[in-house]
Design a protein around this ligand. Structure first.
Ligand code: ACO
Length: 470
């Protein structure tokens, strides 16, 4: 069983512009409370001491969808949504995209610093030598219906991998944790390519150790058979690698939150990754890239863009690939992806959907509906157009997002396990249902025991913690 984590020491916040105290007056009782502000945040549990009557439960903070609640302290990814800034471990995304490979960035996210030459060669060795799937995983994948969505196959196969590596349950062993990191990062492109080959009825192409991460993935996707030669285009392999850098992590997004929440119950990392992939599948998250291309295909031409904008403004549909919970200015990844698109089109020919997308962006960004709501293109707006030009089928797009996000999920999972403040994720609720009532049996009231008194008898000197709940 995993060892208990040490309790976090209670340290007073250090003096800094974002530290200090917040004085709160409860107008119901006239009581004054002094709450510590640390790194720009108050602790929600500090609100618990605030109560109108001693017998009432303490004050909760209510934040559906976590729009203004920090669930952790993290040192992995920094986003300034107002200024369009994204950094991994302090490095601007633009610098990493220009000069580092996806696997170097994956190492950076997980280990906190870029690899030295020897660390990189060891890292590449481990990733390259864990790409194979057990024959029984192939058989498992064979069982899917021919038209199964590849992302659903990905979600299920990640969960199935848990049964092949039962030692992964030992999450408190650092060596075992890193072994699963190698396996997950190495195997996710193989699972993705096999899902595609299964849906097209093509033979599975096994991984090649002499190819780079993205060349290998392209070969597993497109090589017709083992007896047919296939050389991945270096420009496309590089472009895909850069896209993987841009998608590797994005702090506490829906899927990373799922990875952490499931991991907080000490589930094995394959089960956690399956949950994270399931969260990514949704059209409001990683599934948006697929929906953007379907939307652009439906619009078909620049001339029909105003009609789509009208439907969006009338609230009849969403403009897919637009808007973000954190970015209230241009998503820096969308800007970089536009540049990659031109490099890819030089090889593949121009995808005509790019002109529809550019016209859509132009019209949207000069329309008050989008300006007033600060809605800009996000990472998914242009990525699908590039994937389509590279020959990926539309339903593979969320899968292409899941491959690089695996490194971010693992980094978030390891950080969560090592954080002494983290416990099982278990939000509270504001109950809005009926008060106690009783069953009637043929007009006779069922006798019930009187409920126990709920008066809080704990000493008032101690700040009461939240009611234990499981
Ligand atoms: N099209 C039209 N209107 C939008 C859009 C959109 N894409 N996104 C937000 N809005 C509107 C909302 O209707 C709301 O308007 P209102 O104030 O009149 O009610 C306002 O903008 C604020 O939107 P919220 O829903 O509060 O924003 P939230 O932060 O909850 O949602 C989300 C963010 C889910 C990304 C949303 O913008 C969306 O659905 N976008 C389309 C799907 C998409 O592209 N998802 C990918 C996100 S990036 C990623 O996950 C990798």
């Amino acid at each position: 069983m995993p060892a208990r984590k040490p309790r976090a020491p209670k340290v007073p916040p250090a003096p800094s512009p974002s530290n200090g105290f917040l004085n709160v007056v409860d107008e119901r009782t006239g009581t004054n409370y002094r709450l510590a502000v640390e790194d720009g945040a108050v602790r929600a549990t500090d609100l618990h001491q605030i109560r109108a009557k001693p017998e009432e439960p303490g004050l909760l903070s209510y934040d559906p969808s976590f729009t203004n609640t920090a669930s952790c302290r993290s040192a992995i990814t920094f986003i300034d949504g107002d200024r369009g800034i994204l950094r991994y471990r302090g490095y601007p995304i633009e610098e990493l995209a220009a000069s580092k490979s996806y696997l170097e960035v994956a190492y950076l996210l997980i280990h906190g610093s870029l690899p030295t030459k020897s660390q990189l060669s060891e890292w590449l060795y481990h990733i390259t030598h864990h790409t194979m799937l057990h024959e029984n995983v192939q058989k498992f994948m064979d069982g899917f219906h021919h038209d199964a969505h590849p992302m659903a196959m990905m979600v299920s196969t990640l969960a199935a991998l848990s049964t092949f590596y039962p030692d992964a349950k030992n999450i408190s062993d650092e060596h075992i944790r890193y072994q699963q990191a190698y396996r997950l990062i190495a195997k996710v492109p193989t699972v993705a390519a096999f899902a595609h080959r299964h849906s097209t009825g093509m033979p599975y192409i096994h991984p090649s150790n002499d190819l780079s991460y993205t060349e290998n993935f392209l070969a597993m996707m497109y090589r017709p058979s083992w007896t047919t030669q296939y050389t991945p285009d270096p420009v496309l392999a590089k472009a895909l690698d850069t896209l993987f850098v841009l998608h590797a992590d994005h702090e506490q997004n829906c899927s990373s939150n799922a990875m952490r929440a499931v991991g907080s119950s000490h589930a094995d990392p394959y089960s956690c990754a399956a949950a994270a992939a399931a969260a990514l599948y949704g059209p409001l998250h990683g599934g948006a890239n697929e929906q953007v291309v379907r939307m652009l295909q439906e619009v078909g031409s620049k001339e029909r863009v105003p009609q789509l904008i009208r439907q969006v403004k009338e609230g009849r549909r969403l403009l897919m690939g637009f808007g973000h919970r954190i970015y209230k200015s241009y998503d820096p990844r969308a800007r970089l992806i536009q540049q990659i698109a031109e490099e890819v089109f030089a090889v593949t020919g121009r995808n005509p959907l790019i002109d529809v997308a550019l016209a859509l962006e132009n019209i949207a960004l000069s329309d008050d509906y989008f300006i007033s709501r600060r809605l800009y293109p996000n990472v998914d707006f242009y990525s699908g157009i590039i994937y389509q030009a590279m020959g990926f089928p539309t339903d593979m797009f969320p899968v292409l997002f899941a491959i690089p996000r695996m490194s971010g999920w693992i980094a978030q999972w390891i950080e969560m396990l090592q954080d002494p403040e983290q416990k099982i994720a278990r939000p509270r609720q504001v109950y809005i249902g009926l008060p106690e009532r009783h069953l009637e049996v043929t007009g006779v009231r069922v006798p019930v025991r009187r409920p126990a008194r709920t008066v809080d008898t704990r000493p008032r000197s101690r700040a009461p913690g939240p009611t234990p709940a499981r």
